[in-house]
Design a protein around this ligand. Sequence first.
Ligand code: SAM
Length: 690
Amino acid sequence: MPTPGMNELTFVARLGAVTALRADHRKQAGKPSVIARGDVEERQVDSQGRVRRCDIRLSSPTGRKLASGEMKRPEHAEGRDPRNPNLVDDARRKALARGLPYYFTCNMAEVVLFSVSAHPRADDREEVSYQLAPISHSREVEPYWDQIAENWNKFLDDLEARLSAVKRTRPSVTNADVISLRDSIYEVADEAIDRAVSHLSDLPDKLDEIRDEVANTFGLSTALRPEYPAQFRSELLQILRFGIFVAAQKIILYRVLEDAGPRHRESFTLDSLEVPKRSSDPLAVREALARASAHAIARSGDYETAFLPNPVIDTVFISPEGAEEIQNCQVGEVWNRLVSRVYDASWVAISQNLVGLLYEVIVDDEFRHELGQFYTREDVVDILVAFSVRSSTDVVIDPSAGGGSFLRAAYYRKRDLGANHDEALSDTWGAEITAFAAELSTISLATADTSEPAAYPRVMLKDFFDVRPGKSTDLEIPGVPGKLAIPAEFDAVIGNPPYISYRRQTNQERMISALVRMPQEIKLPKFSGKSDAYAWFIVYATGFLREGGRLGFVVSSAVLFSDYGIPLIRFMSKHYRIRAVVDSMVERWFPDADTNTVLLMLERCSDEDARINNEIRFVRLRKPLVQLLDEPSSRQRRQSVEDLVDTILGSLHGEADPRLVVNVVRQGEDGGMSFIPSDAYDGVDAEEEE
Ligand SMILES: C[S@@+](CC[C@H](N)C(=O)[O-])C[C@H]1O[C@@H](n2cnc3c(N)ncnc32)[C@H](O)[C@@H]1O
């Protein structure tokens, strides 16, 4: 009878024991180790309900997780090679979910170490591998155990040296870090609010100034009337949180550069950021942050645009007056805590959505609807960008860039399709009306690949209706004479334009005069004037697109049933092939917004026959997007997005597909939409959300 092999669980438990013993020996010898424990995780169920292999987690003496690994027996198909893509993918996914800088795979005979890449889409690097023993079956483990233990210790020595040398013991940022950073932002605001209320109440001119700045910078209208104390306080608190968020963002960028500098093509190092901890002088804190920004610009020779000072920040640093206020002032302490929250995590592979999320969580519900700033989910962004951006040379614009999620996705899409950093950056344009959001967009593009020497994003702080194709901008780039000109035409327009109702639109005259200036061949729709802002964005964006260029927008589903929807649909069918209109039966993509949304996929087309004979696909998704797409960190993500877009565009009427249901309508003269039978979707059930 053959000897049974050793199972993974036992093997991993024994490696855990070797790991703990090593740490004990080192401690006794007065050489404390970075890696103190190796814990077994036997059962892991992934998002699709599959039970995963057992793995091992290495952690520090204080319990901080440092690296994790996947184990498979060598006689198993997936264990024959420790570089087996499924094994590596699983290990990677778990390391990313835990924010770990390293992961490894092991088949009992060999252990292979990988480092998580410095930017989200680049491939990870295989760092090193160690032979544990010359075995091809787990039943050979026992006789080779001493050799395996010895080589495992060598592997741990090596990993420990790497963790210490590059200071990569900090895990990557996760949602939990974002929430704790939000708490810190609140704490800094709470520390400052009493001073702000008492000092600003008697300064009506200063309040006027702040009101204007806040409107320009954040698009937030405030009354700021001290005679209504509760409202005055809550508005000031929101302003403080915004201001502190802006400063926090610069601290994050500083950390990104501090981590990325040594690996940058033109390597540089930054001193670590110090805020005077015991200080009760807000100006000393402000000075320390300003010095840090200047230092980062000087050392990196770049990022001026991202570190530009922002006037609203001044409101955050109001000096205490009188002995009691000075004594109570803990400004140094709270800012110090905020800086350490940023330092706790590594933000190098920062996902744009985390900054968007941070922004969302600091906006109070009472202000959120007015701002119309809802940051778009990554999966929605990826689908629209995959539809719209088709080639590495595509020139792209997001006319209402917000936090820059579409711009960043377009940058990566162009890199995926073969563009280099400079090409991807110089062909990705954004317009944004509020200074703060424009800054967010700039930062998210500037940090898209921090290993590259220079990053000058093309984000214009401008009302889109003031942007004209081919005209000069205010943007200047070192080494390029004069101001940059906007491209004369674009291959793709992407984004999530604001859904601001007619009542609240303040720039209507501007919109109308911009539309009147549009090329003759674009026939303006007969809007009643009561249209939501996004309808005007579609019309104006049409003047930017080349023949065959694509537009991918998230818009309100009111496009399908409102009064202004009909002229808008007619307009679209005169200028575009309406490729698809996509919505979900099972989820709302913006759960906090008032509006339901659909994804609009259009292709500019001047051939009337092609438009009339075009078949519009009304697609309703029957599963949540997380179940239709691979996880953002997985290697299959890009392909899964591409596949879903192809399915949407190629789906057949009435075809049975568990993922979606499609209604195909000939575009005709009027966009077909008015002819959808009201019972088109009857009898089709959404799948239960799991
Ligand atoms: C729904 S948000 C876009 C969010 C963004 N797509 C994202 O996911 O991060 C709409 C953005 O449009 C901006 N906006 C509103 N009117 C604008 C205009 N006329 N020109 C440029 N930007 C505008 C707002 O400031 C806001 O940031």
